[in-house]
Design a protein around this ligand. Structure first.
Ligand code: CAA
Length: 380
């Protein structure tokens, strides 16, 4: 077993750290307050090669491994998960889905500009009545011969407004249940697409989240990803990798809050000494540090399995479950260590706590991850 990172992995982590600590940090509080889309940061991440970092170089991506992706996601998420979620959705839900299951024509047309970061993508699975219960898709993609006609509503769509390419999961044969679902590449600006208002979220306030309505939207048949009826398996396979990204995001949120808590505990004095010298605080930091290290190993293990082309679905569910729970625990403790200062915006930890909450919900709630892990145990 080798715990060492390669030189390339260390360089990628350093590059993400430099950008996050120098640039992202500057306006994160203001963007959070105004719920303002981080357009200039998305452009910068594209130029640095992060938006398509996992895509093969032959499709204009960075050709980097999943371990590097985890390292970069952690660094960006220490500072601002509104930005890292855009990177995560683009890389592991949209680009991965097309690269792994798309045709050469789809890769040429859709994947290359996404991998270069010229445009971003969105993954449209959730619906008003199909969140955790993802097989209950009500959006219809009716087969019209050479094209589909799509009608329905998707909810909570990250990059809903700013994406240029959507991957839409929709039902073609309701009588077949999940075996009748398809995944379609859809132009965000196709006639018949309209958006709900920007969601006023608790955390990750500056990523753009919308509901998306489809009214008689025409989608060419050649935009279907995979065989007829492959859409649900496509979504599940794609989410396996997506969850590594969100696990790494949760890890970053926890690390960011922990680093701030340690700094504060070494400076703040109470009862005649820095508060880190009080056992009540020392024990909290010890617990936070230990859980973060454990979450890191879960993330790296899932990433390593993916890079080795070994099954990684259960490992990614464990990583997401544990890292999200850790993020919630650590950020809550970080606020507590900061006392009253933790409860105000300028100390960042309350924002990290709000961001942590979302990692327990999206790309499969903690309870969904437990279902996946429990089923793996049953089938073992
Ligand atoms: N890989 C391949 N196939 C899979 C699979 C996987 N990981 N998981 C399930 N399947 C297949 C099953 O084998 C089954 O196919 P067969 O009948 O041919 O065997 C089919 O899919 C249905 O599976 P289940 O019977 O297990 O279905 P279920 O109804 O019990 O649900 C679930 C399974 C795991 C709970 C699933 O519904 C799920 O993951 N729900 C959560 C959805 C989710 O994560 N949503 C996130 C939205 S995206 C998002 O948040 C993005 C963003 O913007 C940030």
């Amino acid at each position: 077993m080798n715990f060492e990172l390669t030189e390339e992995q260390q360089m990628i982590r350093q590059s993400a750290r430099d950008y996050a600590q120098r640039e992202l940090i500057k306006d994160v509080l203001e963007r959070d307050a105004k719920a303002e889309y981080p357009a200039h940061h998305v452009k910068a991440l594209a130029e640095l090669g992060f938006l398509g970092m996992l895509v093969d170089t032959k499709y204009d991506g960075g050709g980097m491994d999943t371990i590097s992706y985890v390292l970069a996601m952690e660094e960006f998420s220490k500072v601002d998960s509104s930005v890292s979620v855009i990177m995560s959705v683009n890389n592991s839900l949209v680009c991965y889905g097309i690269e792994e299951f798309g045709t050469e024509e789809q890769k040429e047309k859709f994947l290359k500009p996404l991998a270069r970061g010229e445009i971003t993508g969105a993954f449209l699975l959730s619906e008003p009545n199909a969140g955790s219960d993802a097989t209950s898709q009500k959006t219809l993609a009716v087969d019209m011969g050479d094209h589909y006609i799509v009608n329905g509503t998707k909810n909570w769509i990250t990059n809903g407004n700013t994406a240029s390419t959507y991957i839409v999961i929709a039902q073609t044969y309701p009588e077949k249940g999940h075996k009748g679902i398809n995944a379609l590449l859809v132009d965000r600006h196709a006639p018949g697409i309209s958006l709900g208002p920007h969601e006023d979220k608790m955390g990750m306030r500056s990523s753009d989240t919308h509901s998306v309505m489809f009214t008689d939207v025409k989608v060419p048949k050649e935009n279907r990803i995979g065989e007829d009826g492959f859409g649900f398996k496509f979504a599940m396979k794609t989410l396996e990798g997506g969850r590594i990204g969100i696990a790494a995001q949760a890890l970053g949120i926890a690390s960011g809050a922990y680093e701030r808590a340690v700094r504060y505990a070494k400076e703040r004095k109470a009862f005649g000494t820095e508060i880190i010298n009080h056992q009540a605080i020392g024990f909290k930091l010890a617990e936070m540090h230990t859980r973060i290290e454990a979450a890191r190993y879960f993330c790296l293990k899932a990433a390593w399995l993916k890079d080795q082309h070994q099954p990684y679905g259960t490992a990614s569910a464990m990583a997401k479950y544990y890292a999200a729970e850790t993020a919630m625990y650590v950020t809550t403790e970080a606020v507590q260590i900061h006392g009253g200062y933790g409860y105000v915006r300028e100390y960042h930890v309350e924002r990290l706590m709000r961001e942590a909450k979302l990692t327990q919900i999206y790309e499969g709630t903690s309870e969904i991850q437990q279902i996946i892990i429990a089923r793996a145990i049953m089938n073992d």
